[in-house]
Design a protein around this ligand. Structure first.
Ligand SMILES: Cc1ncc(COP(=O)(O)O)c(C=O)c1O
Length: 399
């Protein structure tokens, strides 16, 4: 059948121009068109090489085109990609078992999905189902995604306001114990869950204070309010521990995962603790959730993280990279913070101009808010490559 319409466009339009013309328009697009990658490097359509400190926004933990991941998904694509969860599949079964090995015994089940926001959606549903309460406590500057459910605990007004009304009874508190106590006094009886990122990503690379996290969680859990830890960005070794919440020695009731989980193949997971009620069949489902292709990618990511000691690498190289920038004592820099390879460089002025200045020097960076440069290189990065990044940033930020 012929297409219903043939939209007229100039064949000479660049990929960017076509994306701007035919995409939904909801993204800000830089003028860089990536066509391939190799390790920590990404290449644009003119052959220009960049050190990729975006990594698909913390996705490409193994770097680009990792040969073992390419082989694993190619083999799986040739075997079977579609086996929805109303049927069984050994690769998915093995993935669920393997993922739980990275959690204490009190985590008993895994729901597999396809993105970060979807993992938050499910977690909010499981918490509501268990407690029968719909109130949600969240933190100021928190980011949990942009679907209606996930957007509700997300703090940023410019993301929320155009889509009101969102979920009811969502309360954003400051990360201090007094604010949590006040919230519990005023609204505690309506709250079903507290959701937080152990290390806030989009909100500015904010490491939560350990005492606050421990005390707040104790207060919530003592009242039967379930704790959801959003590790979508911070999980899979990025912060120098397999899960960022391990830095705090706490036990959330639900852990949400995505991004690096499939090394680039879209995937998400909800790791469910024993306090969550038994979930009835069909109460939460997803056509693509737990598909064999993503599950095979997930197994490969776990294998490589473990064998190549990428969690330790993230810790060591992250510390080295952060201290190189810190020790340069740059006049433009207010603070260098983060953990492992989730690094924020807060500037004294707006950071926007540095995106292009770094790209001109062959370095792709992200921002977190308006003043923070965010570095999320692949976890396979070497010390020499980290030095290259530091040299470029120090140069650019000193100019
Ligand atoms: C902490 C956190 N939670 C949730 C999300 C949403 O994930 P996704 O974009 O895959 O829906 C993100 C995305 O950046 C995130 O950083």
């Amino acid at each position: 059948m012929a297409p219903l319409t043939t939209r007229k466009f100039d064949e000479a339009m660049t990929p960017r121009e076509r994306e701007l013309a035919f995409g939904a328009g909801t993204y800000m697009k830089r003028d860089i068109t990536l066509v391939r990658g190799e390790g920590i490097y990404a290449f644009d359509n003119s052959g220009r090489k960049y050190i990729d400190c975006i990594s698909g926004i913390a996705v490409a933990a193994l770097g680009h085109a990792h040969p073992e991941l390419v082989k694993a998904i190619s083999e799986q694509a040739g075997a079977i990609m579609s086996a929805p969860e109303l049927l069984c599949n050994p690769v998915r079964a093995e993935y669920q078992r393997r993922l739980l090995e990275y959690f204490p015994e009190s985590y008993t089940r895994v729901f597999l999905c396809n993105s970060g926001a979807e993992s938050i959606e499910g977690a909010l549903k499981f918490a509501r189902f268990t407690t029968g309460k719909f109130g949600i406590a969240a933190l100021k500057k928190g980011f949990h995604g942009k679907t209606m459910g996930a957007l509700s605990p997300t703090a940023e007004p410019k993301y929320r306001e155009p889509f009101q009304p969102l979920l009811p009874e969502v309360h954003h508190v400051s990360p201090d114990v007094a604010s949590v106590e006040e919230l519990l006094k005023d609204h505690g009886d309506k709250l079903g869950c507290f959701i937080f990122e152990p290390l806030q990503g989009e909100g500015g690379i904010n490491v939560q204070d350990e005492t606050f996290v421990k005390e707040a969680i104790a207060l919530f859990q003592a009242r039967g309010i379930l704790v959801i830890c959003d590790e979508v960005q911070s999980g899979f070794g990025r912060t120098g521990r397999m899960w960022a919440h391990e830095h705090f020695n706490i036990q959330p009731d639900i852990v949400c995962l995505a991004k690096a989980i499939g090394g680039g193949v879209p995937m998400g997971a909800i790791v469910i603790g024993e306090k969550i009620a038994e979930l009835p069949p069909q109460s939460h489902t997803s056509t693509f959730g737990g598909n064999p292709l993503a599950s095979r990618a997930g197994l490969c990511v776990l294998d490589v993280i473990e064998r190549d000691k990428l969690v330790e690498n993230a810790r060591n190289i992250g510390e080295h990279l952060a201290s190189r920038i810190r020790d340069a004592d740059l006049k433009t820099v207010r603070e260098v913070r983060g953990k492992g390879l989730m690094i924020g460089i807060e500037l004294k002025q707006r950071a926007g101009q540095y995106i292009q200045l770094c790209a001109d020097r062959g370095l792709l960076i992200l921002l977190a808010g308006t003043r923070v440069i965010r570095l999320l290189p692949p976890l396979i990065i070497s010390r020499e490559q980290a030095d290259e990044i530091a040299d470029i940033l120090i140069d650019v930020l000193s100019a």
